[in-house]
Design a protein around this ligand. Structure first.
Ligand SMILES: NC(=O)c1ccc[n+]([C@@H]2O[C@H](COP(=O)([O-])OP(=O)(O)OC[C@H]3O[C@@H](n4cnc5c(N)ncnc54)[C@H](O)[C@@H]3O)[C@@H](O)[C@H]2O)c1
Ligand SMILES: [Zn+2]
Length: 373
């Protein structure tokens, strides 16, 4: 299997453009791919303890075989690693290994490692080469593409960081076999999101083929490649998020509010699950505003349910705040400008758009209806 059916997606950003390689067994080829693009480099691999156990030896072996000397920086797994403390650790170890600006930092892991390592690569020696080797589904279809990096602070998530495009993304779809099922499913919500934003045919493909995507093989590679094409297109139009890129937030305004309402307790709700419920709510809300057909909202709900994702607020275990409090979380969200609520709404499957000036009163009565009990 290994090496067969590799798809290449190009991110068209001129001098900052790059390839995304997607396929099973790519970590074995990483050394050769890097050596041909960045001859003579040395590398620092940043990873976490879970990913190191499953995949680090393959990457190190592949780099060695290509003559690339590598040092490994292994951090604890989890969102807490997106911190100033961990950033300092990575910076210190990269400098201790005496890497130069022309050398490369490789992020081997999920979005946490990608965001942290990318930020470090962006600031050490005013910017080193950076390569993403994403190992979670979310990282392969979302966080490794587009160049946003950063860490969290006590005042909120992702508040400190830089735009730092990688030189290459190596997405080994086989690496997802060791990913916990719940993480895979949560990442799948972001895959479905691309269909719901502007790719109705892709959404129909997923409705028919999601089992094959979950199982692995060519359907998984195709779904990841199509997701990367969708994200790359948006990023090429709006690299620094001054307009269109906000479409990628479909489901995220409601989703972030639900994450905040559950205290970011990953036992109750992980990000992709919040996005799944958020997308179902965005479609229902659009139907309520007579923008989209209730049948489209039902289609979205049915698909999320079929794959085993939560799709309504009642699917979240434990108590939730009332509609007023939820609206409060939405109003704190960064997509609020001058009191008006900005939402990604839709006119149908694959027909999403940015709606500014959504009245808070509409959101409130909608949430009141949707809350259980
Ligand atoms: N930069 C961006 O544009 C962007 C976009 C979306 C999300 N993000 C960020 O991404 C982060 C979430 O990413 P995530 O969901 O990948 O979380 P994560 O990096 O914490 O990975 C999830 C869990 O899966 C484990 N894991 C990863 N790959 C594995 C594998 N192949 N086998 C076994 N275990 C594996 C990790 O160790 C971790 O425990 C958040 O911090 C979010 O802010 C960034
Ligand atoms: Zn997301």
């Amino acid at each position: 299997m290994s090496g067969h059916g590799v798809e290449t997606v190009k991110v068209a950003l001129g001098a900052r453009g790059y390839d995304i390689l997607i396929g099973a067994g790519l970590l074995e080829r990483a050394g050769a791919e890097i050596a041909s693009r960045l001859p003579g480099v040395r590398a620092a691999i940043v990873t976490d303890e879970h990913v190191a156990r499953h995949h680090l030896p393959r990457l190190v072996g592949s780099l060695e075989a290509a003559g690339i000397a590598a040092t490994s920086i292994v951090l604890p797994a989890g969102e807490k690693t997106k911190s100033f403390v961990a950033l300092q650790e990575v910076v210190d170890q990269v400098l201790a290994a005496r890497l130069e600006r022309g050398d490369v930092v490789i992020a081997l892991g999920g979005g946490v490692i990608g965001d942290l390592a990318g930020f470090a690569a962006g600031i050490v020696r005013r910017g080193m080469n950076f390569i993403q080797a994403p190992t979670s589904l979310l990282a392969q279809v979302d966080s490794s593409v587009g160049g946003k990096t950063g860490i969290n602070t006590a005042r909120g998530k992702n508040l400190v960081g830089v735009f730092m495009q990688p030189k290459l993304v190596i997405a080994d779809t086989g690496a997802l076999d060791s990913l916990p099922e719940r993480e895979f499913r949560a990442g799948y919500a972001e895959v479905a999101k691309y269909g719901l934003i502007d790719r109705p045919d892709f959404f129909a493909y997923l409705e028919a083929n999601w089992r094959e995507v979950f199982a692995g093989g060519p359907a998984r590679t195709y779904a990841i490649a199509e997701s990367c094409r969708a994200k790359a297109e948006v990023v090429a139009r709006d690299e620094f998020e001054t307009g269109d890129r906000a479409l990628l937030n479909l489901g995220h305004t409601f989703g972030h509010a639900l994450e905040a309402a559950t205290g970011y307790d990953g036992e109750r709700l992980v990000h992709g699950e919040g996005v799944a419920i958020g997308m179902a709510l965005a479609y229902r809300f659009s139907a309520r505003l007579n923008l989209a057909s209730p049948d489209d909202a039902a289609r979205v709900e049915a698909h999320l349910k079929a794959v085993g994702l939560p799709w309504r607020i009642a699917d979240i275990p434990g108590d939730l705040p009332d509609a007023e409090r939820l609206l409060g979380y939405i109003a704190q969200d960064k997509k609020v400008s001058r009191g008006a609520l900005t939402f990604i709404l839709t006119r149908g499957i694959g027909q999403s758009f940015i709606a500014r000036d959504v009245p808070a009163s509409e959101v409130l009565s909608f949430l009141t209806e949707r809350l259980p009990g």
